[in-house]
Design a protein around this ligand. Structure first.
Ligand code: HPA
Length: 256
């Protein structure tokens, strides 16, 4: 089977794994070059199979920069997906809501991103392709429309906004969140942006979807905890599954 769509499942999206008719499943520790991910809620597994009838590569779990891996290693699975034939890549994540209209349980389609990780995964990239990648429409407008349609049909509360990436692993301060809001960010998280950059470097069409698992620091009266993020992620799992299956089904042969 040659996968045409790739989906990276972040925390909050793991339930999607149950929806794939898998032909092959491989734990990341059996794949050379893949990182072991030690974070709770992120155990790594690659599945190859049909999702909504479409040959799909599912990457359940990802390595993060905050675990101590280089961005080159964090983004390696994206390069593998491209080599396997994937043309459309959907990146999912859990994020904190900065936009005052966002609530836990809502979803956000990435319209654009702001990279405040302090690093770029193409630094030092020894590839024949130019590292000067255009990111004007990093998140493909047509794929964004398909995500929106899929979310609406699933009955999910959906926004479109700007995702700001930080290195983590500590959560932000309220002052940082106020600053990020002024910069134009709608949600904050610790992943996805390096994968988007590498996917564009490989010529893939990229879509991004955040599950808003908590209000960002200073927006909520209670402290943020990883447990809260995981619980909210599990609660939205079924809805997330329907959005993603709907999205993949809309990826017709002509654009793969
Ligand atoms: N900040 C950063 N990353 C996150 C958050 C947050 O509030 N929630 C989920 N991932």
């Amino acid at each position: 089977m040659r996968p045409e769509v790739g989906v990276v499942l972040g925390s909050g999206f793991r339930a999607v794994e149950q929806g794939i008719e898998a032909e092959a499943v491989l734990p990341y520790d059996r794949i050379p070059g893949f990182c072991q991910t030690g974070v709770v809620g992120h155990a790594g597994r690659l599945s190859l199979g049909r999702l909504g009838g479409v040959p799909t590569l599912l990457l359940a779990g990802r390595a993060h920069f905050y675990e101590g891996y280089s961005l080159e290693r964090v983004t390696f699975p994206v390069r593998v997906a491209a080599e396997l034939g994937v043309r459309v890549l959907l990146l999912t994540n859990a994020a904190g809501g900065i936009n005052q209209r966002y609530r836990p349980g809502h979803f956000m389609i990435l319209r654009d991103h702001i990279n405040l990780m302090g690093l770029n995964p193409l630094c030092g990239c020894a590839d024949s392709r130019s590292p000067f990648v255009d990111l004007t429409e990093a998140y493909d407008p047509e794929l964004r429309r398909r995500l929106r349609t899929a979310a609406r049909q699933a009955g999910a509360p959906i926004h479109a906004g700007v995702y700001l990436a930080v290195a983590g692993p500590s959560y932000e301060t309220p002052a940082e969140i106020r600053a990020f809001a002024r910069l134009g960010a709608d949600a904050v998280g610790m992943s996805t942006v390096p994968e988007t950059i590498v996917a564009r470097h490989c010529g893939l069409r990229v879509a991004g979807l955040s599950a808003i698992t908590n209000l960002a620091a200073g927006r909520s009266p209670t402290p943020i905890s990883h447990e809260e993020v995981l619980v909210a992620g599990r609660a939205t799992g079924e809805l997330a599954g329907r959005i993603i299956a709907g999205f993949v089904r809309r990826c017709v042969p002509s654009d793969r």
